[in-house]
Design a binder for this molecule. Structure first.
Ligand SMILES: NC(=O)C1=CN([C@@H]2O[C@H](COP(=O)(O)OP(=O)(O)OC[C@H]3O[C@@H](n4cnc5c(N)ncnc54)[C@H](O)[C@@H]3O)[C@@H](O)[C@H]2O)C=CC1
Length: 400
């Protein structure tokens, strides 16, 4: 199961990185009775999160061996994703808007795994089995709160998946039509989906290669939707990244990949004409390029300022494309930012320009860069609600 998708910077799901059992005491005042019990359990099991996760999967596969084939053969990266997503959802049980958006997206993304409505009770039963074993207080009231919460969670996901099934396939096959190695470890991979693939510039998809079945990784679309229906991704092979290495070093034209549905809300708000301030670090430039194309296609003339960061000149693998776009569009400014021995990092560069408080901001790149980028943007006067980036939980696995 996926972790949260794109979130505005301030909704609380993406700021903290890995600590997924941490209670959120600042929300305690508005908590419903169920939320109080849910958070208490989460605080209690936090210190033994690993054990809870192992026990949860042990229960699931022993009691429901038929579900094993829905998960990858090697469970290392998957291991805490399902539980983490469920607990993230439970944590937001009182925040209907965030919860529903998050769960609908999760429900949609699950068709590609072969998840069906009847699997949800099995997962719920094992979730409760694992929590009840490790929580220090587990009484009838706590169990009832978890059952109610899980029922709400699964119902939203089931409904979203069902309504999506009527509109779109659970996954698309996509044939690699070109594979261009830009540096030793970065490739631009272009694919042709077997059916129309509707998405918005700035979104991402999940992708499975034929070499690692059932291992899905997230990649942002590197272009706005094109009239020929082709989709491009910028992929960097990372150490121990099975999918990324396969895509960079093995994929060739003719290979068939699978794509999940599009996700993410790092998209352009066309209802305003505010300027766009975009920070793209490394392959994080891909969705930024898509956003620029989107503004250009709409014929908008709002200012767009792109800061494109890389560790070295050589790593600015897409600078020619960005500079070409700049030449064609007077409203676009592209500024390459190369680290000087780590002294100046991408987010620092925006401090020398501005003012930015009237801009909408878009941040894309490694999780550390997104975190510090959001801090710098806030400090420069852009309200959190106008800073968009994909959820950090997604990016951690996106690296693989
Ligand atoms: N939608 C998104 O947010 C997307 C995110 N990505 C992610 O972007 C990453 C790209 O990796 P690489 O190309 O190896 O990037 P990289 O490690 O070479 O860094 C790129 C830029 O980010 C800056 N940076 C890195 N860590 C920083 C930190 N802690 N604080 C401030 N600045 C920092 C560097 O100074 C450099 O300018 C991957 O993790 C990938 O998952 C890729 C595509 C889309």
């Amino acid at each position: 199961m996926d972790a949260p998708t794109t979130t505005p910077a301030d909704n609380g799901t993406s700021g903290g990185g890995g600590d997924w059992f941490a209670p959120r005491p600042e929300l305690a005042q508005q908590d419903s009775p169920d939320a109080v019990l849910i958070r208490r359990t989460m605080a209690e099991v936090g210190p033994v999160a690993d054990k809870v996760t192992s026990y949860f999967y042990a229960l699931l596969f022993v009691r429901h061996p038929e579900l094993r084939s829905l998960f990858p053969a090697a469970m290392d990266t998957q291991r805490d994703r399902l539980l983490k997503a469920l607990l993230t959802a439970a944590e937001h049980i009182d925040n209907t808007e965030v919860l529903v958006a998050y769960l609908q997206n999760l429900g949609r993304g699950h068709g590609k795994y072969g998840t069906r409505a009847e699997h949800y009770p099995a997962v719920g039963e094992c979730l409760i089995g694992a929590l009840s074993r490790y929580a220090s207080v587990w009484d009838a009231e706590t169990e009832a709160a978890w059952v109610r919460t899980y029922t709400t969670i699964s119902q939203v996901m089931i409904d979203a998946a069902a309504s999506d099934e009527l509109r779109a396939p659970a996954w698309w096959y996509a044939e690699v039509v070109s594979h261009e190695l830009r540096t030793r470890d970065i490739a631009v991979v272009t694919v042709r989906p077997d059916q129309p693939y509707p998405f918005l510039a700035g979104q991402y998809t999940s992708l499975e290669t034929p070499w690692w079945p059932r291992i899905w990784r997230h990649y942002s679309f590197a272009s706005a939707p094109r009239s020929d229906g082709l989709l491009s991704f910028h992929v960097k092979a990372v150490p121990a990244g099975w999918v990324s290495n396969a895509l960079v070093h093995r994929a060739r034209p003719g290979d068939i990949l699978r794509l999940g549905p599009p996700a993410g809300s790092m998209t352009v708000d066309h209802s305003t004409d505010s300027g766009l301030l975009c920070l793209g670090g490394g392959t994080g430039i891909a969705p930024i390029k898509a956003l620029v194309e989107d503004v250009a296609e709409r014929g908008e003339r709002r200012p767009v300022e792109v800061f494109y960061g890389a560790r070295s000149d050589h790593d600015l693998y897409d600078i020619d494309t960005m500079l070409r776009l700049q030449q064609s569009h007077p409203w676009l400014e592209v500024r390459p930012v190369v680290d000087r021995n780590g002294l100046i990092q991408l987010p620092d560069a925006i401090r020398s320009f501005g003012p930015w408080y009237e801009y909408d901001a878009y941040v894309s790149g490694p999780p550390g860069m997104i975190r510090s980028g959001v801090d710098v943007l806030r400090a420069s006067g852009i309200p959190s609600a106008r800073i968009r980036h994909d959820a950090l939980e997604e990016l951690v696995t996106a690296g693989g």
